[in-house]
Design a protein around this ligand. Structure first.
Ligand code: 13P
Ligand code: SF4
Length: 369
């Protein structure tokens, strides 16, 4: 159960005690397992878990790291699609474990293969041609493995928030249009950054026939944006930017590109989690920052840099509640099972999906950040 959700103080105390014991269990199991296991952690992971990670990074860095890990077992303190990517990029003899199988991504769940195949067929109808002759599918890494495979099969690529522009530039150099899923905001912000007019970027509603678009809209579009979003980043509003600027005119606003365009337009800097960290780390002591991304990362940044003001852009808690599902207890359980030679919570990707998904992920890794 989520620690944040508990109303009963006695139950909360018990959970805090259990988590403290779990930390000892983790240390003990790790000492026995040694180099056999590597723990990878995303920046959004909470401190009690991420402190055990051998490597902490954003989605791109974790994919690169996952691909070169020599350990037999990778424990992924992130969310499901990240662990799947580690399976696809890893060696055949490696095992990838997600400490809590409920740690998914609500954005990734907003596009499934059936919907995307349906959309592809409808696009073919309108173009009266194989859509791959005109349209490049690009999927954000926050998507299921079978969507990455779809993209690989049709000559497209995966991207992360740190190389979305490179991916979209490559796509539009090779074909007339990009079909970008599942995050409309990353797609729109990237297109806008490239100077693509808003009326050439249309929104594809997966619950409407032909995405709710006319033939003319589809034919004129350069970018077709899937109607998906991140429930964490959509909580940042343009009014939050205005409020900070009113009280601290000298403040720097830095946001993740999963935020809506109206927020990104008002920000001073936009970047992936790793680039937000780099920017704040390189800033002058005394400088002020309001950060539009997940709160565990922002709190860590704030605690690591007490000589500058670092605050969450929103006045409300913005946490990735699905990543938060991984607790120290879950980590202790998977590691202790490994000590007993038992693998629990293994993430696998079907063989027929692996090949094309790997093509799309390799292409992503070849696009500079
Ligand atoms: P990056 O790690 O690419 O910055 O993306 C953030 C995110 O939402 C991960 O799911
Ligand atoms: Fe998914 Fe948003 Fe969480 Fe990232 S922050 S894992 S996009 S729900």
């Amino acid at each position: 159960m989520d620690q944040l959700m508990i109303a009963d103080p006695a139950a909360e105390e018990t959970l805090i005690e259990q988590e403290a014991v779990a930390q000892k269990r983790i240390r003990r199991a790790r000492a026995i397992l040694g180099d056999e296991v590597v723990i990878l952690g995303h920046h959004y992971q909470r401190d009690e878990v991420v402190q055990f990670a051998d490597f902490v990074g954003d989605s791109y860095q974790l994919s690169v790291e996952g691909a070169r890990v020599s350990a037999r077992v990778i424990v992924f303190a992130g969310v499901h699609f990240m662990a799947e990517s580690a399976v696809i990029l890893g060696r055949e003899d490696q095992v990838v474990i997600l400490p809590n199988m409920k740690a998914g991504c609500s954005m990734a769940d907003m596009a499934n293969l059936e919907q995307v195949l349906g959309a592809w067929e409808e696009l073919g109808d309108v173009l009266m041609d194989d859509p791959a002759s005109r349209i490049m599918p690009v999927t954000y890494i926050n998507s299921a493995a079978n969507l990455k495979s779809f993209v690989g099969e049709h000559g497209g690529t995966v991207c992360t928030s740190s190389n979305a522009r490179g991916a979209m530039e490559m796509a539009l150099a090779e074909r007339d249009k990009v079909f970008f899923f599942p995050d409309q905001h990353l797609g729109r912000n990237t297109g806008r950054d490239m100077g693509i007019p808003l009326d050439e970027m249309v929104l594809w509603n997966p619950f409407e026939p032909y995405g709710g678009l006319s033939d003319e809209q589809i034919l004129n579009a350069r970018v077709l944006l899937w109607q998906g979003h991140c429930s964490v980043h959509q909580q940042f509003r343009p009014e939050h930017v205005d409020l900070w600027r009113r009280h601290h005119p000298e403040i720097n606003i830095i946001v993740h590109p999963e935020c809506m365009m109206e927020v990104v337009e008002k920000a001073d800097f936009v970047g992936s989690t790793a680039s937000i960290i780099r920017t704040v780390e390189a800033a002058e002591p005394g400088s002020k920052w309001a950060v539009g991304t997940e709160m565990h990362m922002v709190n860590r940044l704030k605690n690591d840099h007490p000589d500058r003001m670092v605050q969450l852009l929103s006045p409300f808690s913005c946490l990735c509640s699905t990543m938060y599902r991984i607790s120290p207890l879950d980590l202790a359980d998977v590691l202790e099972n490994l000590v007993e030679d038992r693998v629990i919570n293994q993430i696998t990707v079907p063989d027929d999906v692996q090949h094309n998904a790997r093509l799309a992920l390799d292409r992503m890794l070849s696009i500079p950040r």
